[in-house]
Design a protein around this ligand. Structure first.
Ligand code: ZN
Ligand code: ZN
Length: 476
């Protein structure tokens, strides 16, 4: 219904006041409503991080209607990481993280999500195919018991995805990325593998014979989100919940390279599967985190792919076909003549005094990397939100730019000689993307960002120039 106000009457002071007041009340209502909705979505977002959602608010008929919970969680990841940093500083006076490690972990998180810019995730695509062609029965998408059954089924399947990822060398090549940090904090949760999704899908297929894809798409995301908060040293003990849930304490053991930690605690949201299948170990001696054989680098593509190269070398080392296959199908520590998972007594001993790999680098560069990292996170988030209205070429180009940026940042952290040249190239590209409107900054930040990128460009230009002069001097 619309109300027509005559020009004459609208001009009377009373009417103007009344209209202003009505608009004011309407505006206030709309504002209060918007604030209320903000609080609702904020609390729902926080609850999503802990799997504290009800079937009612997370059941959908079609898979297309399932929200991208993981993608929407980026601000919560960042917010909780800041909370953890503050708590750790207040508790012990020392941060539980370092810039190099956090930036590397966030970079791995970005890379691992990149395939979903172009297509649906591999796990959900294969799941839908089996559901469409091979399903035996259809559980209801809107029933609470089916929701809870799917919760258990996804967590049970995840246990086996995870166990195989540790016990089969070919799958470990992907999963080792997640274990490559020598720190243990919330950012470690984001250190995900780009290639793991190409093997994990198999384990979820039995569910596709009965559970609708929309229900699976909800739980696969919440299961992953739940595993974020357990990557912390701030929470020591959860009391009786330790019996049932996967907790920070249980997952610390999983990330340890102490002998008692190897191949233990594979659970996702629940720890009951480990207790049932004999892979549970409680937290004991101080856990030393990271891979058994350290890689000592923050270069992001190396972290993602180095193990495949190593695997190929080991595969070629053996002449016997059974040994060759053993390298792929048996555990990472396996050698001919040893048990399937190798001999854990051969794992290098840890004393608890080990320090993580963290070479020092200038504070100014750390600030530089953090600012560019945050800008890149904004570009990445924008790309996800607008990917459906962008052309495939633009999405591809922006993906290439993000990959180049993450590589370049890794080179800077690793202090590689080629870092200045690569970063110069990246700054030139960034300037072009800003100029041609492929990257948009919020209005008040346009000038500061352009100024910052120009200074960056000048700095790396001078660095590259002085390096070239030094090389020329050496050769003459
Ligand atoms: Zn693992
Ligand atoms: Zn983990």
């Amino acid at each position: 219904m619309t109300v027509r106000v005559s020009p004459d009457s609208s001009n009377s002071p009373d009417n103007r006041y009344s209209i202003t007041l009505r608009r004011g009340i309407g505006g206030l209502k709309a504002h209060t409503m918007a604030q209320f909705m903000d609080v609702v979505s904020l609390t729902k977002g926080i609850r999503s991080m802990f799997y504290m959602v009800t079937p009612n608010e997370s059941s959908f008929e079609n898979v297309e209607d399932v929200p991208p919970y993981v993608q929407q969680a980026t601000p919560f990841f960042m917010g909780l990481m800041v909370v953890e940093l503050v708590v750790s500083l207040l508790k012990d006076g020392t941060p539980l993280a370092c810039v190099s490690d956090v930036v590397t972990s966030v970079s791995a998180g970005i890379i691992s999500r990149m395939p979903t810019l172009f297509a649906r995730g591999f796990e959900i695509t294969t799941y839908i195919y089996v559901w469409d062609n091979l399903r035996l029965l259809e559980l209801p998408w809107d029933s609470a018991w089916a929701w809870w059954l799917a919760f258990l089924a996804v967590d049970f399947s995840y246990y086996w995805v995870h166990r195989f990822a540790h016990e089969m060398n070919l799958l470990w090549a992907a999963h080792q990325v997640h274990h490559s940090s020598e720190y243990y904090n919330l950012s470690t949760a984001l250190r995900q593998s780009l290639t793991q999704q190409f093997s994990s899908w198999v384990f979820y297929l039995p569910m596709a014979l009965a559970v609708p894809p929309s229900v699976f798409a909800v739980h696969i995301q919440f299961n992953l989100l739940y595993q974020f908060w357990i990557h912390t040293e701030v929470i020591r003990d959860m009391g009786p919940l330790e019996w049932v849930l996967n907790t920070p304490s249980h997952h610390r053991v999983h990330h340890g390279r102490n002998e008692y930690c190897i191949d233990k605690n594979y659970g996702g949201a629940l720890i009951i599967w480990d207790r049932l299948f004999g892979t549970f170990a409680p937290e004991g001696d101080k856990v030393v985190y990271g891979l058994v054989h350290k890689i000592n680098t923050f270069e992001i593509l190396h972290i993602q792919f180095h193990y495949y190269k190593y695997l190929w070398r080991r595969f070629n080392r053996y002449k016997n076909i059974f040994n060759k296959l053993g390298v792929l199908w048996k555990g990472p520590s396996w050698k001919p003549g040893k048990p399937r998972l190798g001999d854990h007594a051969e794992v290098p001993e840890v004393t608890g005094e080990e320090l993580p790999y963290n070479p020092s680098w200038p504070l100014a560069l750390k600030v530089y990397v953090c600012i560019h990292g945050l800008m890149l996170l904004g570009v990445y988030q924008d790309l996800f939100e607008s990917r459906l209205i962008l052309s495939q070429v633009t999405v591809l180009m922006m993906t290439g730019y993000i990959l180049l940026s993450l590589t370049s940042i890794g080179f800077i952290i690793d202090q590689r000689p080629t870092a200045s040249m690569l970063e110069l190239l990246r700054c030139v590209l960034m300037m072009m993307l800003l100029r041609y409107g492929y990257m948009m900054a919020p209005a008040p930040l346009v000038v500061p960002i352009e100024a910052f990128v120009s200074i960056s460009l000048l700095y790396w230009g001078l660095q590259t120039f002085s390096q070239l002069i030094a090389v020329k001097k050496k050769t003459t």
